[in-house]
Write a protein that binds this ligand. Structure first.
Ligand code: ADP
Ligand code: MG
Length: 261
């Protein structure tokens, strides 16, 4: 390998002047940020500041109105040829999206399937992996999130924290290169938050690139490489989480942290 590879690594996520409106409501305004492979970026900010919308744009569940969004060097939803942009065919867009795992506040597991079947579903149906292989891998993933002994349980037989860990295993089953988390612990009873954060911490330590919307400042301080504070659709402040949390520069950051810390 040449000496250059380390410095010329392709960022996993680049947002360059990203804006997004719903009608006249400008939800994201000129968002620019970079996430390098293996990094964890935590996105915090008040409700309605555009955090979920930003994640949805990265995953191409929403289209940006202006600016460029790249995942692993490829424009999200588009192919660049010379100076022209071509919208991806839905099939190509789906393929692009498959390389990104997403975990939501609501776990959305299939209620009629066991934990194991939930984790096997996409690899078998979408990625055409053999059932035997998918099953073996699903067992591994359930073990990884601490649920080896719950493989045959249905979601209704699992706690919220266990369901969310199954949801993480399910996202990992597609071998994503990037994981997006949208307030993964916000719907959980307080005593179940820790077990989910622990799984996310281990995932981060294993080198996964992650963008995490969260109100868990302890997690952000400990795990994030970068903390981004958003308000009103703009990045108000970004940097080392210890710096931003310990010495916030902007009055809006101070006001927000005063409420959540
Ligand atoms: P956050 O996740 O930070 O709470 P959101 O990204 O969910 O913020 O929402 C940001 C703004 O965008 C809000 O004003 C919300 O009402 C608006 N919004 C979000 N999704 C839609 C949608 N599908 N259609 C119209 N407005 C939306
Ligand atoms: Mg949200």
């Amino acid at each position: 390998m040449s000496q250059h590879t380390a410095t010329e690594r392709t960022p996993m996520v680049v947002a360059d002047g990203v804006s997004k409106s719903y009608g006249s409501n400008e939800v994201l305004r000129d968002i620019s940020l970079t996430v390098m492979p293996g990094e964890v970026l935590c996105l915090v900010g008040p409700s309605g500041s555009g955090k979920s919308t930003f994640l949805r744009c990265i995953n191409h569940l929403e289209k940006v109105n202006a600016g460029r969004l790249l995942v692993d060097g490829e424009m999200v939803g588009y192919r660049e040829q010379g100076s022209k942009l071509y919208e991806l065919h839905p099939r190509e867009a789906a393929k692009q999206r498959r390389s990104i795992g997403m975990v939501f506040q609501k776990f959305n597991l299939f209620p009629h399937m066991t934990a194991l079947e939930n984790v096997m579903e996409a690899p078998v149906l979408v990625a055409r992996v053999s059932k035997a292989k998918a099953r073996a891998r699903a067992h591994e993933l359930l073990a990884r999130v601490g649920l080896a002994d719950r493989a045959d349980f249905y979601p209704s037989q699992l706690s919220g924290g266990q369901q969310q860990r199954v949801a993480i295993a399910r996202a990992l089953a597609m071998e994503p290169k990037l994981m997006l988390f949208d307030e993964p612990t916000s719907a959980l009873d307080p005593e179940l938050v820790g077990e989910v954060l622990e799984v996310m911490k281990e995932l981060a330590a294993s080198g996964m690139t992650m963008v995490v919307v969260t109100h868990e400042m302890g997690f952000a301080r400990e795990v994030a490489d970068t903390l981004v504070f958003m308000d009103g659709g703009v990045v108000v402040e970004a940097g080392d989480p210890r710096e931003v949390l310990g010495n916030p520069q902007h009055p809006r950051t101070k006001a927000f942290l005063g409420k959540v810390l």
